[in-house]
Write a protein that binds this ligand. Structure first.
Ligand code: ADP
Ligand code: TRP
Length: 322
């Protein structure tokens, strides 16, 4: 059986870069694996000591948005990481097998230090908690972004070390890095990122979203001049939503002239609104049902916990704990 697992860090309001780069691909995978496990990594978020009310609100926000985008809680086991605290026990066992040097070489840790962040040992141990997430559920396939590749290597190292030291319990997980996922450009043409203030949000109200579209940077060609769709930010974003025929049609308008960037922005705004309309509707429905999210996460945690406990009893026995 192939079990696919991924964790989501809850880091704020989601944008369309997140949607096409992370949400849509992981939801598409729920159809492919025998079992899909998706959790919100709130314990990882604790490494930055967010305000408790912010952390709680973000977890709900991420759950809401993923459910609205089509995550099916019947198909995927969807839960909050901290609802299965057993992961900490496995983390301890793995900690006792982890050489300091392995973590000292972690790029993401070194990056943070280079940026002057005073590390706590939670940040240092971040990859071990991630390894525990993956091994606790005996995942075979882990979809992640390129930046997480090394964390997967650390996970595999720890799995091998455990299997050799004690008993063959853990399958070696493979990373699933989709090289075809394009980097979505933001309103200024750089990578869309909340750090660059160039995002187009997924679920904001229509009016501020339209403003974001109107602020997309273009060259200064006049209305009547022919334009090049391939170098235009608006067109790059339009392609995400449009059928090949619609793309051809807009490209022809660009090349013909008498088609202004304002027209293209309006067309992009409209196709974005149409594309996300069903998800916006679903989101409203979920919000109207106050207990829905809690109920989904509670049921998800129950399913996750059954798997976790099975793994942990074998681990305790293998290492000589109670
Ligand atoms: P941000 O850059 O806004 O801080 P995160 O680092 O929180 O976004 O990214 C969360 C997920 O969304 C990651 O899997 C990342 O690869 C994906 N993602 C973020 N921005 C983009 C983008 N512009 N294009 C494609 N994928 C993206
Ligand atoms: N570290 C991952 C990220 O920042 C989130 C994460 C936590 C994760 N635990 C995981 C991803 C386990 C995959 C598997 O994106």
């Amino acid at each position: 059986m192939k079990r696919l697992l991924t964790g989501i860090q809850s880091s704020g309001i989601l944008h369309i870069g997140n949607y096409f780069g992370a949400i849509q691909p992981s939801i598409a995978l729920q159809e492919k694996a025998d079992e899909t496990v998706i959790f919100i990594a709130d314990m990882h978020s604790l490494t930055t000591s967010p305000k408790p009310e912010d952390l709680r609100a973000r977890v709900r926000g991420v759950a809401l948005d993923y459910l609205a985008c089509g995550l099916d809680p019947e198909k995927a086991i969807f839960f909050r990481q901290s609802d299965v605290p057993e992961v900490c026990e496995l983390m301890w066992v793995l900690n006792c097998l982890t050489p300091m040097g392995l973590l000292e070489r972690a790029h993401s840790y070194k990056d943070k230090i280079a940026h002057g962040i005073m590390p706590n040992t939670g940040l240092f141990n971040y990859p071990v908690l991630m390894a525990a997430d993956i091994l606790l559920y005996k995942a075979n396939l882990v979809p992640v972004g390129k930046d997480q590749k090394q964390h997967l290597e650390i996970t595999r190292d720890l799995a091998v070390k455990f299997n050799q030291t004690y008993e063959e319990i853990f399958p070696l997980p493979d990373p699933y890095i989709n090289e075809n996922v394009a980097v979505i450009p933001g309103t200024d043409g750089q990578k869309m990122s909340k750090s660059y203030n160039n995002t187009i949000p997924l679920f904001e109200d229509a009016k501020p979203v339209r403003k974001k579209f109107m602020s997309i940077l273009t060259d200064s060609k006049g209305l009547e001049e022919p334009k090049d769709p391939d170098t235009c930010n608006i067109f790059q974003l339009y392609k995400l939503f449009a059928t090949p025929a619609q793309q051809e049609e807009m490209a022809a308008k660009y090349r013909a002239g008498n088609y202004g960037y304002g027209h293209a922005k309006q067309a992009l705004y409209e196709i974005y609104m149409d594309f996300f309309a069903p998800m916006r509707k679903r989101r409203e429905e979920i919000l109207a049902d106050e207990s829905y999210i809690d109920e989904v996460l509670r049921k998800g945690a129950e399913r996750a916990r059954n798997i976790a406990n099975e793994t942990l009893s074998a681990v305790r026995k293998a290492v000589g704990l109670r």
